[in-house]
Design a protein. Structure first.
Length: 75
């Protein structure tokens, strides 16, 4: 590998730490994040908080094979 290049796992735009968005919101780690919480995070002036809120919004769309799919989606 040429100097200055790293493997693809190192190129993440930011580090996601579990519970950090909950901590910023002042919520307990096991409490759900609502659409209002995501909107509050996206309206923040801090770019890192905006990224965490965007990640939370995207993660809400993910479903495991054991959970029902979102409306209009088939497994």
């Amino acid at each position: 590998m040429p100097t200055g290049q790293r493997n693809s796992t190192f190129r993440a735009p930011f580090h996601i730490r579990k519970g950090l968005f909950h901590k910023w919101l002042g919520k307990k780690p096991d409490s759900p994040i609502t659409a209002g919480d995501i909107a509050r995070g996206k309206a923040s002036g801090d770019p890192h908080v905006v990224k965490m809120a965007t990640f939370a919004a995207n993660a809400k769309k993910w479903h495991s094979r054991n959970e029902p799919a979102a409306v209009g989606r088939s497994i």
